[in-house]
Write a protein that binds this ligand. Structure first.
Ligand code: FES
Length: 351
């Protein structure tokens, strides 16, 4: 139904704008043609149509609320290892599918509700606004406030309580989808980061050759990287474990070792230290034979391996943890226990 078919008495009062005021172009091809005739919407004329639109918008917001609840229920109730067959995607995670569908519906219906509300019920006034200077004098600012109040009035937020309440409900519920996903940040590491898999009797294995190390394999001046016996690259938890257990092994002249405990924990001058920098956890890889300094390539923290691996330069907060080592009956280097302090950044010592 166009506005031309509507009896004059049913048409809403014009709101001070030049609806239908088409400018003349006679004699001037560049004259402003003005606004075309305004077409009133059915909802502007028929209160029953407006009510129908209101119910559609409320329905969309309600569907959004239900979808958000469905999202949370899917997250809680569907096992994350359950899969379903879906043509043409094949086997996919049932939980991911349900989460995607419910979140998509929740967001889409909020958007669809807002668009339908704006298209059918909010003010349909067409306005021609003249260009004006960029400054905002006091009267403009007053006008903006007045327009805002008028906009709030015209959106019928106060009058259409059903829409307002369902919209607030939908907007309040949709962030819950993000909140429940925070659960995936857990579980807390608790004591796991304080310990490594080093135990008394575990052999030191060369990271490059995969062979257990004997003291004779460690030459003065060389830097050898080692891992615990039994930790293989194809192990499920290899990356997590090696990130804590990686060692660097250096042979010093026992007379060069200044720290008494370091000397006791070494074997014939061979010392084993964590390879993980105590600043933010980069692997240390540079060794200076003459000074016995090791250098972290990330931010240049430097540790003195002849003096308990104390920090002599850079941002690292504390010395590298030392692993106490010895030799077993077969002549292989072995750990005599776990590190006595957490490896890596100092955060875990403060907890
Ligand atoms: S991580 Fe080693 S100095 Fe920053």
């Amino acid at each position: 139904m166009s506005s031309q078919d509507i009896p004059e008495k049913n048409l809403p009062a014009e709101q001070g704008h030049a609806h239908g005021a088409v400018g003349t172009v006679e004699g001037d091809p560049f004259a402003d043609p003005g606004m075309p005739p305004h077409e009133h919407r059915i909802q502007d004329i028929d209160e029953r149509a407006a009510k129908r639109s209101e119910r559609v918008v409320a329905l969309l917001f309600t569907v959004s609320m239900l979808a958000t609840i469905g999202f949370i229920a899917s997250y809680v109730a569907i096992p994350h290892d359950k899969s379903i067959y879906l043509f043409p995607l094949g086997h996919i995670s049932a939980q991911n599918f349900a989460l995607g569908v419910t979140l998509g519906v929740a967001l889409f219906t909020i958007g669809a509700g807002a668009v339908h509300w704006a298209r059918t019920l909010m003010s349909d006034v067409e306005i021609a606004d003249e260009r004006h200077a960029i400054e905002a004098p006091a009267e403009v600012s007053e006008k903006v406030k007045a327009d805002f109040r008028l906009g709030a009035e015209e959106s019928q937020l106060g009058r259409r309580k059903l829409i307002r309440n369902t919209m607030f409900g939908a907007l309040a519920l949709v962030p819950l989808s993000g909140v429940v996903l925070l659960r995936d940040l857990g579980p807390l590491p608790e004591e796991k980061l304080r310990h490594t898999i080093w135990r008394k009797g575990k052999l030191l294995v060369n990271m490059n050759t995969d062979e257990p190390l004997r003291p004779s394999d460690v030459a003065v001046g060389s830097l050898t990287f080692a891992k615990p016996e039994g930790l293989e690259e194809h192990d499920h938890d290899f990356q997590n474990e090696i990130a804590k257990a990686a060692l660097m092994i250096v042979r010093l002249q026992p007379d060069d070792i200044k720290d008494k405990r370091e000397l006791e924990w070494s074997h014939e001058g061979i010392v084993a230290y964590s390879k993980i920098c105590t600043h933010v956890g980069c692997p240390i890889s540079l060794y200076e034979q003459q000074t016995h300094h090791v250098l972290c390539p990330c931010h240049q923290s430097t540790f003195d391996l002849s003096d308990g691996a104390r920090v002599i330069f850079g941002p690292a907060g504390h010395a590298l943890p030392q692993l106490r080592i010895g030799v077993n009956d077969e002549g292989y280097l072995e750990a005599l226990g776990d590190f006595e302090e957490p490896v890596g950044p100092a955060f875990w010592e403060r907890g």
